[in-house]
Structure formats: structure tokens, C-alpha cells
Design a protein around this ligand. Structure first.
Ligand code: PEP
Ligand code: MG
Length: 553
């Protein structure tokens, strides 16, 4: 038995045989063909037809949106003008592989130049070309494999389109060698409740067919497991399935201490699922997600409509809306128009809003309008607040618009260190552990090569969370958590032990966190938190919390 380490997403555990995602094949050489043009053309046509039929078959099996996407790809493969382009190149002495590569590439460039919807299809054409070339070479098709039985998918990373098309009856778990806990793969895996470990570099050596256990709670992949280990993993998977079907009680520790469990949302349309999964309100509504493709600032009317729809889905419940958080990985054309070498350290979040104060004023107007049109309890917070002065600025401005509860996100270490003073002014704080970890560890949250630093279990991050929670306590103000850390079931217990008063997460994480909180009373949670805080690094904090939790249970 050997263990490979990575970053686990959620609490899941699964086991099964590995199927690797084929690496994209290298571009073919421009060597002269040894076959006649007729032979080359026949090979290409056979390969194109086979690829088109396979895409159609996959689409028919998947149904819905996937069917439309794959049928469109099949049509592209058999486009007569592409066939003519290939023929011209083959007649000039090129191999079938090279002719396909060059013809598809020229079409791709034409499509990409058109921009918009057609431009976005360029990547689909690349995928078709890769499939045809792989078939001509007698290699497996790139993309998600289909070994004909359920499997553990191992990949470098997944394109969002691959993740969207994953058949959850077949993919038992997902392991990627790249990517961090806040990569798209991780976010989508969490959203779809796929057992996943990302950033497990050593998984590159796993081979097709070998049985592995994927333990996301520990971030460990076990190869060559013993029968006993397989049985234990099954037992845990069964217990987790039981948690998923447990009653949707309000979040609480074993002794009844209330820990409201809230949802992170990016669209009002996500509200229904959140309510269904037992969210007691919204802890983070990411308003920038509504406007990522907008070139101009949204109007007050557009915003009022979106916020009203959100608030009306939560009558009588708390809904925390974040003012536009633009910049770095989420640039908005109308707020971040200047080039910056280090956008994560630039004019982002509240800084960008302040530089375009009209936009912030319009957003506050829309939020006040939506508040008046609903019975929800609206809280509004500013993103990326660095200091006391920015806190005062935002809280005063929000109150000017009649916002009753105005707070700040604590994502920058300086705000955590100044929490006593920040929370003397703000009505509440919400800790964004994704950015707080990024800035504490100086590790880009999107960069696979530094993913091991991007771990909110690090005691330095936990100390800053404690400083913030203590600042809240001293001022009698709530301090919630809304970064991905709140979705880690054991870390959720630690966060409550440190003093967090609510937890907000992707709705699909609610069941695991609810079940985990119910296993510990407040004294246990505090002891588990102390064990983590006293550790030297993230891995030992996790291990110390696991040991303390086992002793407590
Ligand atoms: C965070 O930084 O933890 C957070 C919740 O905000 P976002 O992930 O949107 O940056
Ligand atoms: Mg953030």
C-alpha cells in the first residue's frame, strides 16, 4: 500500500479502478505521406465518420444540453468544406494526420476571429481535430475515457466542458495532478458532490485499471489497498450517504449551540436548490458573478430586479450580499480597465469601487430598493477591506442609503489584525478564507504549483481567523465564515471552536457540515480548535484536529 497526497474536496471517500484521461497528442510532423492521396483520403473519411458517430452516441446517452453540444460537434467534424480543405492538403502530398491538423487549425482561426458565440466554438473544433488525429494514429480518444464500467478518473486537470459532461454514475471519484482547492475543477466537483482530490502531483504515475481508495477528507489516494482498507472505505461511504439523507435540521453542535448554515450563491436562480438543501439563508451572494460578461456597468433597474428575486426567495431570513468584488481572477470590464502587473495586489474589491464611486452608489441604491420590496433581512458587505478607514468609508456610505446592517469581508491579513477596531465600526465581519489564505501564504489561489500553500488549515490562517473572531466577541458583533474552508466538515468544527458564529458554503456541502457539527459539543470544538492552532503547519493541524476529534467522539 502507498499513499499519494493532494488537496481533498469535501468529506467523500470512494474506491474503484483508475481510468486516465488521455493527454492531448503532440501536433503531427509535416513529413511527406508514404500512401497515395486516395488511401490517405479514405483513412481520414473513415476516422471522421467514426468520430462523428461516437460523439452522437455519447450525446444520445447523456441527453439534455450535452446532446446538443455533442451533435453540433459531430456536424462540425463532417462539414463538407473541411473535407475539401483536407483533400487539397492530401493532394499536395501531406499525411492524413497533418492535413486534418492544418485544415482544422485554419478553420479554428477563422472561427476564433469571428468572436462571440462562433468564436467560442473554436475550442470544440480543436477537440474534434484531436479525436480524429488520435483515431488515425490508433490511439484512444482524448478527453474523459469510457472504459465501459465505473471508474476513478485521473487527469492533469479538467476543462469545464469535460466536468460538465461527467457521468456521475460512472465517475466514482476524480483525481487531478494540477489545480488547487479553489480551481474551477474543485469548485465544480464540490458543486456536483464528486469525491475529489486535486493537486496530487504523484497521481501522474497511476495506471489504468489499478484499484485505489480516494479519501477526500484526508486528501489521500491509497494505491494497492488491503481488503480491510477497502471495507473501511465502504463503511465510511455508506455513513456519508446516510448523512445526505438525514433530516434538514438547523445547523447546531451536539449540545444545541446554534451555528447557522448559510449558502454561497452567485445567481438568484440558485436559491431554490439552497433552500431545498436546508440553507438557513445566504452568507455570501457574489454580485460580480451576475455581470462578468457585461461591458458596461449594470443599471440600477437590472440590479434591483436581480437582488429582489434573491431576497424574495428568503422571506424572514438573513441574506448577506457582497458589493461587486472585481479584479484579479474576476475582472469586470467596467471597473478594472487598467493593466496591472499584479492584479491580486491592485485596484480590486472595495478599492476599485471607491475609484468608481458612482457604481458603488448605484449598487447600494438597487440593494435598498430590493430590501424595500422583500421581507428578507438584508446585510451588505464590502469585499477586500484592508483597514479601519475603508471600514468607516463603506459603513457610512451604506447607511446613507438606508442599509441597516453593513459589514466587511476579512480577506486581507491587515483587516484580521485590526479586527478589534474594524468591528467597533462594522456591524459584522465575514471571513473569506480563500483570499485570506492566498494573502497570508503569498500563494496565488489559482496556481497549481503553489497549491500546497493554499491551505486554510495553516495555523497562521487559523490565528488570523481567531484574531477576527476575538475582535467580534470584544464588540459583540457576529463573525461568519464564507470561504471554501467552511465547506470542509472537520475544519468547520475548528472554525466554530475558534469563535465563528455562522458558516456559509456551496449548498451541496451543507449536509456533510451539518452532520459533522452534530458530532461535537462546544467544549470539544474548542479543544479540537486548540489542537489545530498549536500545530506547526497545515498537515499537522489537520492531523491534530483529526486526533482530537476522535478522542472527543
Ligand atoms: C474568499 O476570498 O474566501 C471569498 C469568499 O471570496 P471569493 O472566493 O469570491 O474571492
Ligand atoms: Mg475573496
Amino acid at each position: 500500500m502507498t499513499e499519494l497526497r493532494g488537496v481533498g474536496i469535501g468529506l467523500g471517500v470512494a474506491q474503484g479502478p483508475v481510468a486516465r484521461m488521455a493527454e492531448p497528442s503532440p501536433a503531427p510532423d509535416d513529413a511527406p505521406s508514404t500512401l497515395s492521396p486516395d488511401e490517405e483520403i479514405a483513412r481520414v473519411r473513415e476516422a471522421v465518420a467514426a468520430v462523428a458517430r461516437e460523439l452522437e452516441a455519447r450525446g444520445a446517452a447523456a441527453g439534455g444540453l450535452a446532446r446538443e453540444v455533442l451533435e453540433a460537434q459531430a456536424m462540425m467534424a463532417e462539414d463538407p468544406s473541411l473535407d475539401a480543405e483536407v483533400e487539397t492538403r492530401v493532394n499536395a502530398g501531406k499525411t492524413g494526420e497533418f492535413a486534418v491538423y492544418a485544415a482544422f487549425a485554419s478553420f479554428r482561426d477563422t472561427l476564433a476571429a469571428m468572436g462571440g458565440y462562433l468564436g467560442e466554438r473554436a475550442a470544440d473544433l480543436d477537440d474534434v481535430a484531436q479525436r480524429v488525429i488520435a483515431r488515425l494514429r490508433g490511439l484512444p480518444a482524448p478527453g474523459v475515457p469510457d472504459p465501459g464500467h465505473p471508474f476513478v478518473l485521473v487527469a492533469k486537470d479538467l476543462a469545464p466542458a469535460d466536468t460538465a459532461l461527467l457521468d456521475l454514475d460512472k465517475v466514482l471519484a476524480l483525481i487531478t495532478t494540477d489545480g488547487g482547492p479553489t480551481s474551477h475543477t474543485a469548485i465544480l466537483a464540490r458543486e456536483k458532490s464528486i469525491v475529489a482530490i486535486v493537486g496530487a502531483a504523484a497521481a501522474k504515475d497511476l495506471v489504468d485499471g489499478e484499484t485505489v481508495i480516494v479519501d477526500a477528507a484526508k486528501g489521500v489516494v491509497t494505491t494497492s489497498p488491503t481488503a480491510e482498507e477497502l471495507a473501511q472505505a465502504q463503511h465510511r461511504a455508506d455513513a456519508r450517504a446516510a448523512a445526505a439523507s438525514a433530516p434538514l435540521t438547523p445547523g447546531a453542535l451536539k449540545d444545541g449551540t446554534a451555528v447557522p448554515l448559510l449558502a454561497n450563491l452567485g445567481k438568484p436562480g440558485g436559491a431554490a436548490e439552497a433552500v431545498e438543501l436546508g440553507a438557513e439563508g445566504v452568507g455570501l451572494f457574489r454580485t460580480e458573478f451576475l455581470f462578468l460578461s457585461a461591458t458596461n456597468a449594470p443599471t440600477v433597474e437590472e440590479q434591483t430586479k436581480a437582488y429582489t428575486e434573491l431576497l424574495q426567495a428568503f422571506p424572514g431570513k438573513k441574506v448577506v450580499v457582497r458589493a461587486l468584488d472585481a479584479g484579479a481572477d474576476k475582472p469586470l470590464a467596467f471597473l478594472n480597465d487598467a493593466h496591472e502587473d499584479n492584479p491580486a495586489l491592485g485596484l480590486r474589491g472595495l478599492r476599485a469601487l471607491r475609484a468608481s464611486e458612482d457604481i458603488l452608489r448605484e449598487q447600494l441604491t438597487a440593494l435598498a430598493n430590493a430590501d424595500a420590496a422583500s421581507d428578507a433581512d438584508l446585510w451588505v458587505m464590502a469585499p477586500m477591506v484592508a483597514n479601519v478607514e475603508e471600514t468607516t468609508y463603506f459603513v457610512e456610505l451604506a447607511k446613507e442609503y438606508g442599509i441597516k446592517t453593513a459589514g466587511v469581508m476579512v480577506e486581507i491579513p491587515s483587516a484580521a489584525l485590526m479586527a478589534q477596531k474594524v468591528l467597533a465600526i462594522a456591524d459584522f465581519a465575514s471571513i473569506g478564507t480563500n483570499d485570506l489564505t492566498q494573502y497570508t501564504m503569498a500563494a496565488d489561489r489559482l496556481l497549481g504549483s503553489v497549491a500546497s500553500f493554499q491551505d486554510p488549515w495553516h495555523p497562521a490562517v487559523l490565528q488570523l481567523i481567531k484574531a477576527t473572531a476575538d475582535g467580534g466577541k470584544a464588540n459583540g458583533k457576529p463573525v461568519g465564515i464564507c470561504g471554501e474552508a467552511a465547506a470542509d466538515p472537520l475544519l468547520a468544527v475548528v472554525l466554530v471552536g475558534i469563535g465563528a458564529t455562522s458558516l456559509s458554503m456551496a449548498p451541496t456541502a451543507l449536509a456533510d457540515v451539518r452532520a459533522s457539527l452534530l458530532q461535537h459539543d462546544l467544549d470539544d470544538a474548542r479543544r479540537i480548535a486548540e489542537a489545530a492552532l498549536a500545530a506547526d503547519d497545515a498537515a499537522s493541524a489537520r492531523a491534530a484536529a483529526q486526533a482530537a476529534a476522535q478522542n472527543a467522539a
